[in-house]
Write a protein that binds this ligand. Structure first.
Ligand SMILES: [Fe+2]
Length: 331
């Protein structure tokens, strides 16, 4: 008899998961406020010596930066309904991933009533919640506003030494579906990107890995966070504001091959990149969405702008250092 506990099949949570908030630990709060509010155009919900919180829609908080000496980041995932949450928690328990439940001040900081926190692949802190605090007053954002709704806050891209384990994690825990792939050669390195969706947004998670020898050229937990705005004018205006404020632009405006996002990438005060995009195509992908491998991340543009030789050398150094690191995978 097999003594191993088997949870059996559980109902799919696909379509009931969305990126809800991002909690950044940083000592650069004033820079973050300038970047997120004055540059990108988010609305300030709280601005104190210990916390800068920002809104993009009816949610009380979407991006929270708290004052901490060490840079870090947690991704909050909104789960639609207690049954879907319970399914996800059962799957984590079956794989012996420890989960900690919190409420009170820590939950209020995130704009939720309670949350469940665990450590995912690459030691990325992941948090689950079902009930965001919603404000009656619309946020005072710059421009025409952000695209959220059932698509959630946006997407994140994560570089990894273990792409198979990371993709499997999102498939097994969150019923993520693969939208498509991109292969490209960037800074002399061959990369493969896997784009996964958990709701109508083309992708909520992109996993990037080198082909061949496994290297990770990024020192930050996520490579970038993306948000979408309602118009192309909003992308252009935010690009000009970020430039005028002196924030580095990692990649100038361009258009992606797969989701057709027209976007630019700025460097956040924490070092990871922030992509602001607009898409004309919408992104409700049915089951028939072709799972193709695109060649190249962009149809046009996205040229490195403020990427110096120093930045390139730092990435090379990170890549070499990563050869000696064993990346954490929860199962
Ligand atoms: Fe992106």
């Amino acid at each position: 008899m097999n003594a191993t506990f088997s949870p059996g099949p559980t109902p799919s949570v696909y379509g009931r998961v969305q990126l809800g908030y991002v909690l950044v630990d940083s000592s650069r709060l004033a820079d973050w406020k300038r970047f997120a509010a004055d540059g990108i155009g988010m609305a300030v919900a709280e601005n104190t010596a210990s916390v800068v919180a920002l809104r993009t829609d009816a949610h009380a908080r979407r991006l929270i930066v708290r004052n901490r000496p060490n840079e870090d980041l947690a991704l909050g995932w909104q789960i639609d309904g207690d049954d879907a949450l319970s399914t996800i928690l059962k799957r984590l328990a079956a794989r012996k991933v420890p989960v900690e439940e919190s409420a009170g001040e820590e939950a209020a900081l995130r704009g939720v009533d309670r949350f469940w926190r665990f450590i995912g692949p690459k030691r990325q802190a992941l948090e689950l919640f079902t009930a965001p605090r919603i404000e009656a007053e619309p946020p005072k954002v710059v421009g025409g506003g952000f695209v959220t709704g059932s698509r959630g806050l946006g997407h994140v891209a994560i570089t990894t030494l273990k792409p198979d384990a990371m993709v499997k994690f999102w498939q097994e825990i969150f019923d993520a579906k693969i939208s498509d792939f991109i292969e490209d050669r960037i800074s002399g390195v061959n990369l493969k990107f896997t784009f996964m969706r958990v709701n109508p947004r083309h992708h909520s998670i992109a996993v990037a890995a080198t082909k061949g020898l496994a290297m990770d050229p990024f020192a930050t937990k996520i490579q970038h966070l993306e948000m979408q705005v309602a118009s192309l004018d909003d992308v252009a205006a935010a690009y000009r504001r970020c430039r005028a404020l002196g924030f580095k632009i990692a990649m100038a405006v361009g258009q992606h091959t797969n989701d057709r996002d027209v976007s630019f990438y700025a460097v956040t005060p924490s070092g990871f990149h922030f992509e602001l995009g607009w898409s004309s195509t919408g992104d409700a992908k049915g089951e028939s969405w072709p799972q193709v491998v695109h060649q190249g991340i962009s149809l046009w543009g996205h040229k490195p702008q403020d990427h110096t030789l120093g930045d390139q050398l730092a990435q090379l150094g990170n890549g070499v250092m990563s050869l000696f690191r064993n990346e954490y995978a929860p199962f």
